[in-house]
Design a protein around this ligand. Sequence first.
Ligand SMILES: Cc1cc2nc3c(=O)[nH]c(=O)nc-3n(C[C@H](O)[C@H](O)[C@H](O)COP(=O)(O)OP(=O)(O)OC[C@H]3O[C@@H](n4cnc5c(N)ncnc54)[C@H](O)[C@@H]3O)c2cc1C
Length: 306
Amino acid sequence: MSFPDIVPELKAKMPELRGRLLANQPLGEFTWFRVGGPAQVFFMPEDENDLAYLLQNLPAKIPVSVIGAGSNLIVRDGGVPGVVIRLGRGFNEIKVEADNRIAAGTAMLDVMVARAAQAAGIAGLAFFSGIPGTIGGALRMNGGAYGGETKDVLIEARGVNRQGAMRSYSNAEMGFSYRHCGVPDDVIFTAALFQGSKGDPEAIAAEMASIKGKREKSQPRNRTGGSTFKNPPGQSAWKLVDEAGCRGLKVGQAKVSELHSNFLITLDGASAADIETLGETVRQRVKAHSGFDLEWEIKRIGVARA
Ligand SMILES: Cc1cc2nc3c(=O)[nH]c(=O)nc-3n(C[C@H](O)[C@H](O)[C@H](O)COP(=O)(O)OP(=O)(O)OC[C@H]3O[C@@H](n4cnc5c(N)ncnc54)[C@H](O)[C@@H]3O)c2cc1C
């Protein structure tokens, strides 16, 4: 299964592009589930200007998607038409600034931001150590854990829209709510500035160790997409899934984790369709059992296999 190769055409249109464009790049390896089809075009921009240049010159009819660490993501088996962007080296800077602030590029892993804050004695960002995504994903998902959320610590983020225009968004302009960011979906975040408070490096290290310990006991740590469904107001999704008898449920080679019933895991030979069908089966059973409509937290991109 592959898409028509439009890379030569795009390269001809964008002679100043510096990042690499690849045709039909398999995406499974970039996701925690380790499954999914290819990107029609895969692009890793060199830096923010390179990203903006591509977006300014890419024909409007070509869709664009962005992926981070793929820790909350299903890439469907038929792959993703258009351009899939993954930020890399040029978006990996991290800087401790005055007044207990940290600036980070959005390709940086959340845990690296937590570690930099700990080393600098900046409290308030330790929760990032438990989220296995990038800062870009944390901004888009309002990632949070153990009482902290991205919205609590963000001062501002920068982003580039589909037309290639760059701008900053204040915390209020991000329109954050539970696992949601209100900035239009086409915006690709490139940088973020966080506010912490003065803390003791040893106490922060102990907090991070405690988060790690709790996670290791309660969550699968590979071939999963994290929380599958959002918690309905006042409810726990895992409990609703459990009560509907879905813990351990299997569809094809995808399974509801025995360890945490709001996590799905993939076994050898799984397809994205297995995961999605399993998720939909769980949703139906929960609806039938308790009446709740579970909403997917995991993002799904691409098309089903033809
Ligand atoms: C074991 C495990 C535990 C987890 N625990 C938690 C937890 O405690 N709390 C929590 O909140 N989440 C948790 N997650 C889910 C996941 O880690 C978070 O949602 C994370 O923020 C996703 O980041 P990512 O870089 O992996 O994004 P991806 O999964 O690659 O993408 C998720 C979404 O973010 C968008 N995105 C990614 N980068 C950018 C960017 N630069 N600009 C704009 N949009 C972007 C994508 O388009 C997509 O819509 C867990 C996942 C796993 C596998």
